[in-house]
Design a protein around this ligand. Structure first.
Ligand SMILES: [Zn+2]
Ligand SMILES: [Zn+2]
Length: 222
């Protein structure tokens, strides 16, 4: 399937302010999320989203007297993290700049709305004072943006924002009878004592535990 997702450009201006503009941003994001994205494609998509929604977020917060402006974003990084969806790092030495990072696991087909919310969340941090965190101004800004732009920014994003990929888990439990599979990050009861459990799908008692070693784990020697 020939895919040239990086050519699909976002509309410009305060596009999120109208319902049709929001649909367009969502649909472009969704198209670009189709297929497995390379690291640079994820970074480009994050940058393009920032370009499309940053100015309107800045404008709304400025008009509400919550922020003078959006900091200069000096870098956008894609991380391997699964616990943190995004981050906004403001160096102490230069309050006017910030570095944004997003988990690479946010970039999968069907996740456009959640990805946009995470980007908007970090852009809100990028507009507010560095020590604000998830304080009162953050909550006010979040409510304003959600209302004006039809977003669903949250303080802590839903678990569904990140794909449950095999690469993130340490243990795989497979039912030898029907092939039903489960993934676990830690060695819990099912992983330690598979014989005590029955498969919910086929009712058989035939679980096998496999330890998954990802490239990252092997490198770290764990
Ligand atoms: Zn936050
Ligand atoms: Zn089974």
């Amino acid at each position: 399937m020939p895919l040239d997702p990086q050519n699909e450009a976002f509309p410009e201006g305060g596009v999120l302010l109208s319902k049709s503009g929001r649909c367009e941003v969502l649909s472009v994001t969704e198209k670009r999320l189709a297929g497995e994205l390379l690291l640079w494609e994820k970074r480009l998509l994050a940058r393009d989203l920032i370009g499309a929604i940053g100015p309107v977020i800045e404008k709304i917060l400025r008009e509400a007297g919550l922020s003078a402006r959006l900091r200069k974003i000096v870098s956008v990084r894609i991380t391997r993290g699964v616990r943190e969806y995004g981050s906004c790092n403001i160096p102490r030495a230069n309050e006017a700049e910030c570095r944004l990072a997003f988990s690479g696991h946010l970039f999968f087909a069907g996740n456009a709305a959640a990805l946009i919310d995470v980007v908007a969340h970090e852009l809100l941090h990028a507009c507010l004072p560095s020590r604000e965190g998830h304080g009162e101004k953050f909550h006010r800004g979040m409510a304003l943006l959600n209302e004006a732009l039809g977003l669903h920014i949250e303080v802590y994003s839903e678990k569904t924002a990140i794909r449950q990929s095999e690469a993130l888990y340490r243990y795989k439990v497979v039912c030898a009878a029907c092939g039903n599979q489960f993934y676990y990050l830690r060695a819990g009861a099912v992983v330690k004592h598979p014989s005590r459990y029955r498969c919910a799908k086929c009712g058989k008692n035939a679980f096998k535990v496999c330890r998954i070693s990802t490239a990252g784990n092997e490198k770290n020697g764990t």
